[in-house]
Design a binder for this molecule. Structure first.
Ligand code: ZN
Length: 263
């Protein structure tokens, strides 16, 4: 039987999609794309990590933690495909804390995450989907996430990066570890750096500390000083919407006042 040579993955994510004739989000079958790139996917109970890739020449295997959420598995496959594109043939093991977090200071993992976002949510299709939602709130995140079959967190990061919501910021808190990380739209000045502590007035505080509290159904107004120590923060009102993410704590979407970003 003749073996078909894999498509070279050094095409870059968008070119790879084009070469496979994929033009709509529902056609992004990441396991099939991995297969065309010379990779098979196996699900196992892994002790070392959430996902790993190992290979020789232009063929390899991605091992995934079995039983994890479908959106998580999808992102993990795409992340490993990212490693394959840059370091083909190497064995790489990735912990859950290294996948989908766009880790600062770890360029290898960050590049794999970026590759994953670029192939699962290619800009041309993704921005078209976002334009149906002039406001970045949880409903918009849910709608776009279901279109691209990605997690709410991964989708929100991409929406923040899209440049379509210039005053948006997201912050993820973990109950035990305090402030975890944040991501802001490019136009948000660096001095709007979120507070390390969580203000008791914020809804995120309630969600983290009261197991009976429910996610906010809509964004609500709050003084910017609840989220920022920056001088003059008390002059502005912003909106906050917080929601729980299983095993990951609480995610907050902030919409800054336009004057805070010079609009
Ligand atoms: Zn990795």
């Amino acid at each position: 039987m003749k073996r078909i040579d894999p498509i070279p993955t050094n095409l870059g994510p968008e070119a790879l999609l084009r070469s496979l004739g994929i033009v709509a989000p529902e056609d992004i079958d990441i396991e099939a794309i991995a297969f065309y790139s010379g990779l098979r996917v196996r699900r196992r109970r892994l002790k070392c990590c959430e996902a790993m890739i190992t290979g020789k020449g232009n063929r390899g295997i991605i091992f995934l933690q079995e039983g994890s959420m479908a959106t998580r598995q999808r992102f993990s496959i795409a992340h490993e495909l990212g490693h394959w594109a840059t370091d083909r043939g190497q064995t790489v093991a990735c912990r859950s804390s290294e996948i989908g977090k766009f880790l600062k200071g770890n360029e290898v993992e960050r590049a794999a995450d970026q590759y994953a976002a670029d192939i699962l949510m290619p800009w041309s299709m993704f921005k078209d989907a976002c334009r149906k939602h002039p406001r970045l709130d949880l409903n918009a995140v849910k709608a776009v996430a279901s279109e691209f079959k990605c997690s709410h967190t991964a989708t929100l990061i991409r929406m923040i990066d899209s440049d379509l919501y210039p005053n948006a910021m997201m912050i993820q808190h973990h109950a035990e570890r305090g402030r975890k990380w944040f991501r802001a739209a490019k136009k948000v000045p660096g001095y709007w750096f979120p507070r390390d502590d969580l203000d008791v007035d914020s809804f995120a505080f309630e969600l983290l500390n009261d197991p009976t509290a429910r996610d906010e159904g809509f964004p609500r107004k709050i003084g910017a000083d609840a989220w920022f120590n920056t001088k003059g923060a008390d002059r502005y009102e912003i909106t906050e919407q917080s929601f729980r993410v299983p095993d990951e704590g609480v995610v907050t979407i902030l919409r800054l006042h336009e004057a805070m970003i010079g609009l």
